[in-house]
Design a protein around this ligand. Structure first.
Ligand code: HAM
Length: 412
């Protein structure tokens, strides 16, 4: 077999037809669910000014510090392959004056994202997300609705064992006091912390909750949590989000150690986890980001959203791919029937059916075998005498059929 010495770059993969069919199904279920809730599609470029992510995602995050694919274009501008979609969508919201539209502006997107992470099962350097953003509402209903839409999607795809983890980070302002308390706690326990956590006490103390070394985990088990310290409007906002989820029968658990890898979050954060996936168990997550649009130079604009990893969803579904289907295969019983077979296939396609003919010079037996291979529901055999036979590939039943009846029979 011909074999090239080239391979897809580390952390990337080709999506072959069977997998692509399954992806399409996942995407089309998502699009149906999101469209029904009034979300509109949007697409932004796969690269943006590097500064957008530094400012939007946050300079202290792993994503910005270690994982961005950044390059200089020929004009000397620093560009970055998008590691996530929220900052670009907020950029587009401002660039196109969407703050002047009726609020909130509800958008969904899907496409490739890029992070230079160490590849492992469920973690890639080019991966795909489907996500939504509801920009311009601070209502707890917006949080609850967004969460329920992701829950609906995972339920509709029959992903087993999904858990919803929920927390609130409070607003940037009210979080300050808590962060000082957390930093003091971390400093008091410094000898037991990993070097990475120690080095980031001032920059990003919350990430200590995410550490996986034993020493840090031991310390964090006794650390003060932000959820316990929510007060005033932050506490009532969170209580309302919870009440809406409960009223809708969406099960969740409060996870006071939940943190996210991006700096823009305020108040509600959530994570949908499928424990059977192992180390990379989060299928999707997000939260509220009330300060991001202002951070990017716009007016104060509350917003909430999430993104789900398509590869992780597919891993959790446990399916390698989806089988292919055709409505019909047109088999020529003799060489001079091939042109007629193609003409009939074209006629069927124009009527909206899927139909194929043999392009490899197979004999009739070979054509029937091939029809089976491609999942053809029916085979139409064009006999040398000009007559037609129709074979139902499921039952094996075969009978003569008049050309005029073919469309009606296939459409059944
Ligand atoms: P994120 O948590 O960084 O959030 O990514 C969302 C999802 O993308 C994850 O739950 C995971 O399923 C998938 N994912 C992330 N990194 C990888 C990777 N290297 N390989 C495979 N899958 C991955 C965001 O990106 C936010 N923009 C979500 C959001 C929208 N927040 C508010 N609005």
């Amino acid at each position: 077999m011909a074999r090239s010495s080239y391979q897809a770059p580390r952390g990337t993969f080709d999506v072959l037809p069977a997998q692509k069919r399954l992806r399409r199904r996942v995407e089309s279920v998502a699009i149906t669910i999101l469209s029904r809730a009034g979300y509109e599609p949007i697409a932004t470029p796969v690269f943006e000014d590097t500064d957008l992510f530094e400012r939007g995602v946050g300079r202290s995050t792993d994503v910005v510090q270690k994982e961005m694919f950044t390059f200089e274009d020929k004009g000397g501008r620093s560009l970055t392959l998008r590691p996530e979609g929220t900052a670009p969508i907020c950029r587009a919201y401002l660039e196109h004056g969407m703050h002047k539209l009726a609020q909130p502006v509800k958008l969904y997107y899907r496409g490739p994202f890029f992070r230079h992470e160490r590849p492992q099962a469920g973690r890639y350097r080019q991966f795909h997300q489907i996500g939504l953003e509801a920009i311009g509402s601070d209502s707890p209903l917006a949080d609850a609705e967004a969460i329920m839409l992701l829950s609906d999607l995972l339920t509709e795809l029959a992903i087993p064992g999904v858990e919803l983890h929920l927390a609130s980070l409070g607003s940037f302002e009210s979080r300050k006091e808590y962060l000082e308390e957390l930093k003091a706690y971390l400093r008091a326990n410094e000898p037991d912390l990993s070097r990475e956590v120690r080095e980031r006490i001032d920059l990003n103390p919350l990430r200590a909750f995410d550490a996986d070394d034993e020493g840090t985990r031991g310390v964090m088990a006794g650390a003060p949590t932000i959820v316990e310290r929510l007060d005033g409007e932050d506490a009532s906002h969170f209580a309302e989000v919870r009440a809406h989820l409960e009223a809708a029968g969406t099960p969740y658990e409060i996870d006071s150690t939940l943190v996210r890898g991006l700096d823009y979050y305020t108040r509600t954060i959530f994570s949908f986890v499928c424990p059977s996936l192992g180390a990379q168990s989060e299928v999707g997550g997000g939260g509220r980001y009330d300060g991001l649009i202002e951070q990017l130079g716009g007016p104060p604009t509350p917003a909430v959203g999430w993104a789900a990893g398509i590869e992780r969803i597919m891993l959790a579904m446990g399916e390698e791919g989806a089988p292919c289907h055709r409505d019909a295969f047109l088999a020529a019983a003799g060489e001079d029937q091939r042109q007629r077979a193609l003409a009939l296939a074209i006629e069927l396609r124009h009527a909206g059916l899927s139909a194929e003919v043999d392009l490899a010079g197979r004999g009739l037996k070979g054509q029937l075998k091939h029809a089976n291979r491609i999942g053809a529901r029916h085979v139409l055999i064009l006999e040398a005498d000009g007559s037609l036979q129709m074979r139902d590939m499921e039952t094996g039943e075969q009978r003569p059929i008049s050309p005029a009846a073919v469309l009606d029979e296939l459409a059944k």
